[in-house]
Structures are given as C-alpha cells and as structure tokens.
Design a protein around this ligand. Structure first.
Ligand code: DAH
Length: 372
C-alpha cells in the first residue's frame, strides 16, 4: 500500500517523480474498489481530514518545503487534490451505477485524456553564460555593441596582428592547442584554438572604422591540465573602445563603473603595471574583495578568495598599442583606444562562491539547477 514519502529534494524533477508514483498507487487502489464498503475505505484512506493521504502530503511536502519552493509545491498539492477527488468521485459513481462497474470499466492501461499532463522541468541559464550576459549588459548600457568570432582561429589573428611576433616569448604565456597537420601552410595561416578573445578586436577593426565600442564574449582554450581553478576550455569577455582622444582616464572610469555595476557600488578598483603585447601601457586591474569588504578577513577567519589581501585580480587591460593599428589600417596619429579582457568563469566562481571550476563543465544537473 502507498505511503507518502518524505521528499529529499523539492526540485521540479523530484516532484514529477513523486507525483507519478502517487498517481500509479491511486490508480491501482481505485481499480480494486468493488463495493460500497471498499469505496468508503478508499475515500477515507485518501481524503480523511485527520490521517488521509492528502493531509499527510500537506504535512510532509507542503509544510516541509523550503520557502522558495512553497509556491511550486503548493501548486502540485492542489493538482494532486484534484486528481484524488476525481478518483474518489469516480469510484462512488461506479458503486451507485453498477452498470458502469468493474466489468464494463475501461482496461486499467487505457489513456485518460482528462488527466493533467506530466510537467517537464524547465532548464535554466548556465551560471557562466549568465555571468557573461551580466557583464555584456553592463557594457551594452554604456553603448557598446557585441561582436563574436571563431573559436578555431589563425595564428595571424590570435598572435601576429596582436603584436606577438613569431617566436616571441610572450606567446609562451598562453599555452596553445594547435590544430594538427598545418605545417605545410605559412605560419600566419596555421589554425589553432584561440587562447583569448582578443583576435576579435582585430577582426572587428578590419571591418569597422572608428569609433568602435565593442564587447566580445566567447569560449577560449589553453593547454592547461584541469584542476580546481583551471580548465582547458574557459570563457572570456573582451572589450575594445577606439575613437579620437581616448585616454587612460577613460579606461579607468569605464572599468571602475563596470565593476561597481557588477559587484556593488562599494567596490574599489586599483591598477598595477603589467605587460601585454597588444597594449601599451598595460595594467592588471584589481577590485577590492567583495566577499570580505577588502579587510582580508571573514570574522576571525582569513578570507580565501582574496588570499587575505583584500584585493582580487579581475582583468588585464591597457591602451591599444600603436603597432596593432598598423595591422588594421587605423591611423595611430588620429585615434587612440583601450582594451580589456576578463575571465568569465573566474568571475562566476567568485560571484557564486563555487570552489571548483570543473563543476561548471561536468554537466551535473544537481549542481546546475541551483542557478535557476
Ligand atoms: N587577452 C589577454 C589574456 O587572455 C587578456 C587581455 C589583457 C585582454 C589586456 C585585453 C587587454 O584586451 O587589453 O590573457
């Protein structure tokens, strides 16, 4: 005989399963009703106020549901009530009108088109995609448009036009996955998996005259063995603004605004000198740790995400190197601009307090459905 289980999860999928089991049991018990006494027992068992199945469901499912699941569970409980009431009523009719009784009843596997359908769980946006959309929308609000480019890229766009000369050691900072059997081609035409979204800067400037204000979300690959903070495939959001009279102040103001929009108005930004071949000067931007508020501590515990420094490195940036303009036919005497690039997975990790990047890509629904 059916007994109401306690629910371990209140997800749509778990509810679907539990409702299905209940319906199967209800159907079986209803089919066994042959006379008035049995019909009454059937009704009491499912509908008695004190200890009927419906009451138990109310206690074990609805009352036990966490706040944010109450609404869905409530809807389910209402549906179940309607189904049970329907079945009890039908059993009663059969008793009152024996002509339609068990012998003339439809076979138990007949399709009952009046039953409500099984609700399929709705998917939700992947946390990394969600983070990329948030970053992109901050820049869209500033008038930037979105550009994308190929994941399989040529050496020219990934490196050469970004001012990484052939064999330059700066290439070693991006451990590249090359496509096999390209040796017969000139180096610049050889294919690889892009190691960053920066090549789309070049592809865009080839097609568009200044002013350019773009953000570039996308997937990138590096030959990094997977661990808690590395994945051979990850995501970046790149930005580029080129116009007349763009200065480092514009870079700082824009990025400071973007970080406040993303992480809250109280975060601060700080810039440290760095090196990228395609920007000069180059910088790494830090944001004050939005987890510990910049103190480096959480209560008496050290703050792990910022390694107790109070600052988190969030992106690379700089003023576009004049050499880059040479590759796209822009006149470096007339225009100037800034660029930046950030890791979306890393930002998602920080935002959601996830401790292993692999969780994003293992496809475990129990992890992913938490971001619905
Ligand atoms: N492409 C760089 C990387 O993946 C990040 C970056 C740094 C992008 C500076 C930029 C920039 O546009 O200006 O390491």
């Amino acid at each position: 005989m059916y007994s109401v289980p306690k629910l371990k999860s209140f997800s749509e999928a778990a509810l679907d399963k539990a409702v299905e089991k209940l319906r199967a049991a209800l159907k079986q018990e209803a089919a066994a009703v042959k006379n008035g006494a049995e019909q009454k027992a059937f009704r009491d068992r499912w509908m008695a106020r004190k200890d009927g199945v419906l009451t138990e469901i109310n206690d074990l499912w609805l009352k036990a549901a966490p706040k944010d699941a109450k609404r869905t569970v409530g809807q389910r409980v209402n549906e179940i009530r309607a189904i049970v009431e329907g079945a009890v009523k039908k059993a009663e009719e059969i008793r009152l009108h024996p002509a339609t009784g068990p012998s003339s009843r439809a076979p138990s596997d007949a399709l009952d088109i009046t039953l409500p359908g099984i609700r399929r769980p709705l998917g939700s946006e992947h946390p990394v995609i969600k983070t990329m959309h948030e970053i992109v929308s901050v820049f869209r609000n500033l008038g930037y448009s979105v550009q994308e480019g190929p994941v399989i890229e040529t050496d020219y766009y990934n490196f050469e036009a970004l001012n990484f000369p052939p064999n330059h050691p700066a290439r070693d900072t991006q451990d590249t996955l090359f496509i096999a059997n390209q040796e017969s081609k000139p180096q610049r035409d050889r294919l690889l998996l892009r190691t960053h979204t920066s090549p789309v800067q070049i592809r865009t400037m080839e097609r568009m005259k200044p002013p350019v204000r773009i953000v570039i979300p996308g997937k990138v690959h590096r030959n990094d063995p997977p661990d808690a903070s590395h994945s051979p495939m990850f995501h970046q959001v790149e930005g580029l603004a080129v116009d007349t009279n763009i200065t480092f102040c514009d870079l700082k103001g824009t990025l400071d605004h973007a970080m406040k929009a993303l992480f809250g108005s109280s975060v601060k930004t700080s810039f440290r000198p760095s090196f990228f071949p395609f920007t000069e000067p180059s910088a790494e931007m830090m944001v004050s740790c939005f987890i510990c508020g910049g103190s480096g501590k959480r209560g008496s515990e050290p703050c792990r995400p910022c390694k107790q420094t109070g600052w988190i490195e969030i992106l690379g940036c700089g003023m576009v190197d004049p050499n880059v303009y040479g590759f796209v036919d822009y006149d470096p005497k007339k225009v100037s601009g800034f660029a930046f690039g950030m890791g979306a997975d890393r930002i998602a990790i920080l935002k959601y307090g996830v401790d292993d990047i692999q969780l994003f890509f293992n496809g475990d629904v129990r992890f992913l459905e938490q971001f619905g």
